[in-house]
Design a protein around this ligand. Structure first.
Ligand code: ATP
Ligand code: MG
Ligand code: FE
Length: 340
């Protein structure tokens, strides 16, 4: 079946077309530039941008895939988690398309979508798999027994998400928003061992994460350098900060695989685009004999294809469609791939 996927949980209006594990169309309109001067996403601005971008983005996706709208067999949409107003635009649009086409509607989980998208790049995900989800709003380790029906959270961040930490530290270093890619780039010419920042919840026997202490340590370092007039070596700070983040992320992800007897690790979400994370995960997975799957960066950040990919799984599992009075859930738990 051909699935239309619609994603509006944050600041990307994403529309995707997927059949099984085959990606047919993927168009994204982002309002990120409108938020940059505020240093973070402004919910009302994002909702308005979704409203304006929705229909043209669906049109572009159909055109680029060479698909007629009547070819669509089902509509999948992000029901949560995300920003309330932003989600509402996507869910309303998806209902309208489903109703107009006379096809079933499936409200699905954005976080599980970030994992499901890997199937478009690497084919069916072995079961079970461990997923490390690292994005702007989330940092979770998941045991994925089945994408459509059985996802278990093993651990989460207790404070900032990994991407949030990147963005906050980038701000301290006066780098533009969103800061992740800028820190990634700056770190390449720095030395990670020039400074030593704390590794939150390292070796505490849980699969939880904490990044607020790290952020505070970077802030103190910057203040101290300001006060003493010593030069700030931005590249070294970026490298040492990044080293602390990716060290803890990869250690706990590999431990989760080993302790659960799982041979496959998927890393997804916007921070999975990070070059240091990819490199260290490759090294540690190879050492532990674990297959590592990381989608290409374009599929790691928010997009509609990930929602269509999860929609495909839900349809293939034979789950019942969502009712047309489907609501949004800003904190939909990861244990619910399909919203009810
Ligand atoms: P969520 O999925 O939790 O709702 P989100 O959808 O806003 O959050 P994504 O779009 O998946 O998050 O990811 C955005 C985050 O990824 C930002 O915090 C950004 O700084 C970070 N990011 C993007 N590229 C990189 C990179 N190369 N290195 C580190 N972080 C990065
Ligand atoms: Mg975004
Ligand atoms: Fe996301």
């Amino acid at each position: 079946p051909l699935i239309l996927g619609i994603e509006t949980s944050c600041d990307e209006t994403g529309v995707g077309l997927v059949r099984g594990c085959e990606l047919l169309g993927d168009e994204v309109a982002s309002s990120v530039d409108q938020h940059a001067r505020f240093g973070g996403v402004v919910p009302e601005v994002a909702s308005r941008a979704h409203l304006e971008a929705m229909i043209p983005t669906v049109r572009r996706t159909l055109d680029s895939a060479g698909v007629e709208k009547d070819d669509i067999d089902a509509v999948a949409v992000t029901a949560g988690p995300g920003l309330a107003g932003a989600l509402l635009v996507g869910v309303s649009a998806a209902k309208a398309y489903a109703m107009a086409l006379g096809k079933p509607l499936y409200g699905v989980n954005h976080l599980v979508g970030h994992v499901a998208v890997d199937q478009l790049e690497h084919g069916p995900l072995p079961k079970p798999a461990i997923a490390l989800l690292v994005s702007g709003g989330h940092t979770s380790l998941l045991l994925v027994n089945d994408l459509a029906t059985d996802v278990v959270s093993l651990g989460d961040t207790v404070d900032d998400a990994a991407g949030e930490a990147y963005d906050k530290v980038a701000r301290l270093l006066e780098l533009p928003y969103p800061g992740g890619p800028h820190i990634d780039r700056a770190a390449r010419s720095g030395s990670a061992s020039a400074l030593r920042f704390p590794r939150g919840k390292w070796g505490d026997g849980t699969y939880d994460f904490s990044f607020s202490g790290l952020k505070t340590a970077v802030a103190r370092h910057v203040e101290e350098a300001d006060r003493s007039g010593s030069p700030l070596v931005l590249a070294d700070i970026a490298a040492a900060f990044q080293d602390s983040v990716v060290d803890v992320l990869t250690r706990k992800a590999v431990d989760a695989c080993v302790e659960n007897g799982v041979r496959t690790l998927v890393i997804s979400g916007g921070v999975a685009a990070n070059s240091a994370l990819r490199a260290l995960a490759e090294q540690r997975c190879a050492e532990a004999g674990i297959e590592l799957r990381v989608p290409r960066p374009r599929l790691c950040t928010d997009n509609g294809a990930m929602i269509a990919a999860l929609g495909s799984e839900v349809v293939a599992a034979g789950l019942p469609p969502s009712p047309l009075d489907l609501g949004t859930d800003t904190s939909l738990p990861v244990s619910m791939p399909l919203a009810v």
